[in-house]
Write a protein of this length. Structure first.
Length: 233
């Protein structure tokens, strides 16, 4: 079987992966954004994955394609979506507050401790987490280059697969408080949206959004710290 046929089969066998990813991302977007549009973009990402994939030990095609498909869709959404700088700044403030508190206490910071660091009431802190939720929509990176530049897609993929960033991220998720860990798992592993997560946890969709947002802020801090330690960036 020649390479072209093999690539065709690889593409056909993973079209359903594109649909799954597109629907998962689409469920988090405002009404009016067509999932069909996301699927079309995702199919292009799948095609690029098929063409560029080089089998290596420990590098599964589906995992590789997943990143390329998500990357293609997210890049498209980034081109269409503008997050106000004020929201970006608030997102950094939350991450910085978490970092300060955990550095001082030497343990995981609670909601109240983070709110106190920001001189906010618990209610005000909850509102802040909802306000910065849009910064957590796409990935763990922010406009300050926290994780890895979105434009350096090949470099991102290389680092995830060959430098072990993905496994380190899994370890960091495991270090999250139980509720945040569960929300991240339900959101990213099981594809539940925030309303569904709220039902599972018996909390409001708003509270589920707050927990997810805080988890992402906490992971940003952990990821930056690990990358600095390992001199990755």
């Amino acid at each position: 079987m020649d390479q072209a046929i093999s690539q065709d089969q690889l593409f056909e066998e993973n079209v359903s992966l594109v649909t799954t990813i597109a629907h998962h991302i689409g469920s988090r977007l405002p009404a009016g954004k067509s999932v069909d549009d996301l699927i079309q973009v995702g199919l292009i990402g799948l095609l690029e994955a098929v063409r560029s994939y080089e089998p290596k030990p420990g590098v599964d095609f589906k995992a590789y394609a997943n990143i390329r498909i998500r990357g293609a869709i997210i890049d498209e959404l980034r081109r269409e979506t503008w997050v106000p700088r004020s929201v970006q700044q608030k997102s950094r403030q939350v991450s910085q507050a978490i970092q300060e508190v955990e550095h001082k206490l030497g343990r995981t910071a609670t909601d109240k401790e983070i709110a106190r660091e920001l001189n906010l009431s618990s209610e005000e802190y909850g509102e802040l987490l909802e306000a910065v939720a849009s910064c957590s929509l796409f990935s763990l990176d922010d406009d300050n280059g926290l994780a890895l530049p979105a434009t350096d897609e090949n470099e991102v993929i290389d680092k995830i697969h060959y430098d072990g960033l993905k496994s380190r991220l899994a370890e960091m998720i495991g270090e999250l408080p139980e509720q945040e860990k569960l929300v991240v798992a339900l959101y990213y592993d099981y594809g539940l949206n925030l309303r569904e997560i709220g039902e599972v946890l018996n909390v409001s969709e708003s509270r589920a959004c707050q927990v997810h947002s805080q988890a992402m802020s906490r992971l940003r801090v952990k990821l930056r710290s690990r990358m600095d330690e390992d001199d990755v960036i």
